[in-house]
Design a protein around this ligand. Structure first.
Ligand code: GDP
Length: 417
């Protein structure tokens, strides 16, 4: 069964959700977990009654996010959500979480737009080159203004903000969104308890002109970020859907454009299109460059070793968080960069120069933990049984030792007034 958990790298997303306090980070994360959980369950049981039971149970219990990384899945893709602390100050903890994720969703309050903390976390993510999607939350709030937020992303954050949606209405009149990629409208279905949370309809007459303008703007922004689209743009060609989606992905992964979507997380509006955007546009571990490190015996750190994001490479991983679980005791959260981590085997802590025995390996879901035998490159899991390893240390194959590039702590982020 070991191979079963070595995932196809292209089908993994390691993401963080970052925001200014109160913008809705917790609500958005909970709705993602709830929504993917419900749909996972639907697929598993084909039984409406048990799904309803599960929903009720979850609603009563509330989904709590107590783990440093939670695994869920959407459209056949495993999504590991890494808790990104929302500290005001520059901290080692924020840096560490940014180090292990490949992409992020930045959540904003549609009325407040860019706030000081969101600006700060944005700059930190810039430093680590983390590709992003912006989610303009609280579209139902009085004073919510999508376009103003987009302008702020450009002016205050210097982001090449690229709306891929146009909201239909705002505040209490927020009725849905127009998908500018597929030129379809999604209208919230307030009655739908399960499954699709919106109905797909044609773009309403009243919004046809605005939608076309926004689509033209999207293509123009994308042309600036992607040579292929620029060429088509200059030749007056309209890209097909099959050309547009990969181009947006290329531009997002390269950090040249930031797709913007919107919704109202606490009413579950816009969560599904957000999930689609995470899977379609944020990078997989396969899109990330090989990680560098040095030989632990080389104190000068002059020689550079490299580990490609592949399960065929020698094992290397970084411990990014240690937590105490009420049932399992000490759990070390690990990002595997290369090779395979197998339960019950010995690995080398290359910083301490000591071998450690890997106990059980778990995937932490929002409502259960799943024991797995092994896990491959690009994935994130919790490991039990590491006695002598602390946060920030490298674990590796004893016969192929490496110390992964040490956490660099650049100058503190400049305070934003
Ligand atoms: P966090 O501090 O970023 O984690 O924010 P929370 O998720 O705790 O949300 C802060 C507050 O905003 C809570 O009172 C939420 O109920 C509320 N909230 C979250 N999402 C929405 C939304 O879409 N619309 C409105 N009006 N309020 C929301």
């Amino acid at each position: 069964m070991a191979a079963k958990n070595v995932l196809d790298l292209a089908k993994v997303r390691n993401i963080g959700i970052m925001a200014h306090i109160d913008a809705g980070k917790t609500t958005t994360t909970e709705r993602i977990l709830f929504y993917t959980g419900v749909n996972h369950k639907v697929g598993e049981t084909h039984d409406g009654a048990s799904t309803m039971d599960w929903m009720k149970e979850e609603q009563e219990r509330g989904i709590t996010i107590t783990s440093a990384a939670i695994t869920t899945s959407w459209n056949d893709t495993t999504i590991n959500i890494i808790d990104t602390p929302g500290h005001v100050d520059f901290t080692v903890e924020v840096e560490r979480s940014l180090r292990v994720l490949d992409g992020a969703v930045a959540v904003f309050d549609a009325k407040e737009g860019v706030e000081p903390q969101s600006e700060q976390v944005w700059r930190q993510a810039d430093r680590y080159g983390v590709p992003r999607i912006c989610f303009v939350n609280k579209m139902d709030k009085i004073g919510a203004e999508f376009q103003r937020c987009v302008d702020m992303f450009r002016d205050r954050l210097g982001a090449n903000a690229m709306p891929i949606q146009l909201p239909i209405g705002a505040e209490s009149d927020f009725k849905g969104v127009i998908d500018l990629i597929r030129m379809k409208a999604y209208v919230w279905n307030d009655e739908a308890a399960l499954g699709e949370m919106y109905d797909t309809v044609e773009i309403p007459e009243t919004h046809a002109e605005a939608a076309q303008e926004a689509r033209d703007q999207l293509l123009e922004t994308l042309a600036d970020a992607d040579d292929e689209i620029m060429e088509m743009y200059l030749e007056g060609q309209e890209p097909t859907l099959e050309q547009l989606v990969p181009a947006i992905r290329r531009a997002t992964v390269a950090g040249k454009a930031v797709p913007v979507v919107c919704g109202t997380a606490f009413k579950n509006k816009g969560v599904q299109p957000l999930l689609d955007a995470i899977v379609e546009f944020l990078p997989s571990p396969a899109d990330v460059e090989a990680i560098e490190g040095h030989d632990p015996k080389d104190e000068t750190e002059a020689t550079t070793l490299e580990r490609k994001p592949s399960s065929d490479e020698p094992f290397s991983a970084l411990v990014f968080k240690i937590m105490s679980d009420p049932h399992l005791g000490k759990l070390s959260y690990v990002r595997v960069y290369s090779g395979v981590l197998q339960a019950g085997t010995q690995v080398l802590n290359s910083i301490k120069g000591r071998k450690e025995r890997v106990g059980k390996v778990y995937r932490m879901h929002s409502n259960k933990r799943e024991e797995i035998g092994s896990v491959g490159a690009g994935d994130i899991v919790a490991v039990m049984g590491l006695k002598d390893t602390t946060t920030g240390e490298t674990l590796c194959d004893p016969s192929n030792p490496i110390v992964l590039e040490s956490m660099t702590f650049p100058d503190p982020v400049i305070e934003v007034a």
